[in-house]
Design a protein around this ligand. Sequence first.
Ligand code: SAH
Length: 260
Amino acid sequence: MSNENITTIHEFNFNFICDFFSNTKRQGPGSPEATLQALSFIDNLTDKSLIADIGCGTGGQTMVLAQHAPGHITGLDIFPHFIDLFNANAEKFHLQNRVQGIVRSMDNLPFQDEELDLIWSEGAIYNIGFERGLKEWRRYLKTGGYIAVSESSWFTDERPVEINDYWVSHYEEIDTIPHKVAQIQRAGYIPVATFILPENCWTEHYFAPLVRAEEIFLDKYAGNKTAEEFVEYQRHDAELYRKYKEFYGYVFYIAKKIEL
Ligand code: SAH
């Protein structure tokens, strides 16, 4: 296969993913309540604060954050269409003066060193990798600034082979909560809090809206094999969660930057 073909197929899938998730409020597990719970551990914000929401998607969680925290929020995402929807969302909530979305990759952030008071990232840091994200993003935070990220994590030291292999093949860095906390500490932060996202963050706020998005998508791309496979994959993901939810889930990690 030529490189050109690879690029085309890659872009094709990229567009599919974007199209599919444009019809959902969230692009990952979470809820307004979980966002606010994470925010409750953060005590340094003022009207002058600068906040980044990395991998913001269409901004479901960003708008909740903006309605409950002072300061200016920049949402960053690699998909231009998500950023268009994000900025439309900010206008809808009359937040456009303090909430702006920009297209940017999380491995090339546009901030100055020590500029940010808070880095937020729900269900997105896995794209750069948990440890790498913690280490690379740290320089943009002021000392005493916070990072709040949600990340898939194991709840137990042992788990059934089927779910272990599924996750390890999709995201090698999935690990137990104590290991993740140790990584946070090694990266130059004080671990302030961790909590497991309640089940409804998956079922009610993520999988349920996906069912509708799947129908719209299959209608639009009727007979398209790649589209069908993509929906199949989403459904498999939901089934595995139902079967193995005692063993894994999303965990919110809140940490504070310290001088090393
Ligand atoms: N925070 C949102 C979206 C989570 S899904 C929510 O909780 O609903 C992960 C997001 O990361 C997607 O919107 C995806 O487009 C974005 N993303 C993937 N790779 C990225 C990268 N390299 N840089 C920035 N964003 C990226």
